[in-house]
Design a protein around this ligand. Structure first.
Ligand code: ZN
Length: 356
């Protein structure tokens, strides 16, 4: 996932202070990723997929790196001016972050320390950028300032109380692609199939990720099927065999097909076409150690869906399994987005007050 190398910041020592900076754990993770140049800005995505646009959607001639999104884009500048925070344009992005995130003076704008307002402003600028990129939803600067000040103030005045306040709901923009990771020490495999009724061609895909949302491996294959339900069951069957061959334990296999899920979990046989295959799936999942097949909505299955569509272009012939040790370029944007989503949303937990 490292997009920029460490060489981009030769003078910077990795800093523990980020983990002590004000805000929720998801914000610290965001800062840490940014510090190391790992955020999926257009520039970073362009480095890996040269066909993508590296420019800011609001400033067509400016490259969209994190410095642009958070500091030099006029949309960002407006926020900092509103918050009375110095842009220090001559400073490198990381120096600017370091200075402000360690500044405990009270902000002239809100009655909380500057580092608190600053951290929340960075976070909300990133959220606003994503709202626009993924949902074409614009949040006006004055609204953004109000929201971030409210969130910063709430965080600041509840953090030291015995009863820790409830974190504000994660912004909707960070949950556009709602893939959720498996629980600790589990793997999650999403399966999908793309079926072409005219040729009966079924493109099957499965992608395995760990509890952090990190790509473990993917597989694709082409096959023939009578209908889309059979194609979906074939994808599950392919995934089960993969789990067996790999010797994986503790695996969640997720399909977005309710029919395929029912067929492989219960004794409901759809038709003679799929009944023997469904049976084989049930037998195989029982043989494997702690493997569960679940059904989740389509919105959670975007990566497997993209992978299945991408498999159409394969020329390996039918029933050949193609192993992908990395996400193909066509699927990188979804992968990055979901990975980011896990990093940014998973770690906010409301702490229970300590009982004496
Ligand atoms: Zn811009």
């Amino acid at each position: 996932m490292a997009l920029d190398s460490i060489l981009d910041y030769p003078n910077v020592v990795p800093s523990d202070w980020i983990w002590k900076s004000p805000g929720y754990p998801k914000m610290q993770l965001f800062l840490w990723q940014m510090w190391w140049g790992r955020m999926p800005s257009n520039v970073n995505i362009h480095k890996r997929i040269p066909t993508t646009n590296k420019f800011c959607i609001f400033c067509p001639h400016m490259e969209e790196d994190m410095n642009h999104i958070l500091r030099s884009c006029p949309r960002a500048t407006e926020i900092w001016v509103g918050l009375k925070i110095n842009l220090l344009r001559s400073n490198q992005l990381n120096d600017w972050l370091n200075l402000n995130l360690n500044n405990c003076e009270i902000s002239p704008f809100a009655k909380v320390p500057i580092n608190v307002i600053f951290g929340f402003a960075l976070w909300f600028l990133w959220i606003r950028r994503n709202s626009w990129v993924f949902k074409k939803e614009n949040i006006k600067s004055d609204v953004l300032i109000k929201k971030l000040c409210w969130a910063a103030t709430e965080w600041f005045y509840t953090k030291s109380h015995t009863k820790v306040g409830k974190a504000p709901n994660p912004p909707a923009s960070s949950t556009i692609l709602q893939w959720t990771p498996p629980k600790t020490s589990y793997l999650k495999i999403n399966t999908d199939a793309s079926f072409l009724s005219s040729s009966k061609e079924a493109c099957l895909a499965a992608v395995c990720r760990n509890e952090l949302g990190i790509w473990v491996e993917g597989i694709q294959s082409k096959s023939l099927a009578c209908d889309s339900a059979e194609a979906e069951i074939k994808a599950i069957f392919m995934a089960l065999n993969w789990v067996r061959d790999k010797g994986w334990r503790k695996v969640i296999i997720a399909t977005d097909s309710m029919i395929a899920w029912k067929a492989t979990n219960t004794m409901t046989n759809l038709s003679t076409n799929t009944s023997s295959l469904s049976n084989e799936c049930r037998v195989l999942s029982l043989e494997l150690h702690d493997v569960t097949i679940i059904h989740e909505g389509r919105v959670t299955n975007a990566l497997a869906d993209a992978l299945a569509k991408e498999a159409k272009g394969r020329r390996d012939g039918f029933n050949t399994i193609c192993i992908l040790s990395n996400p193909p370029p066509e699927c990188l944007r979804i992968y990055d987005c979901e990975l980011n989503n896990v990093l940014l949303t998973s770690s906010v937990e409301v702490q229970e007050p300590l009982t004496p």
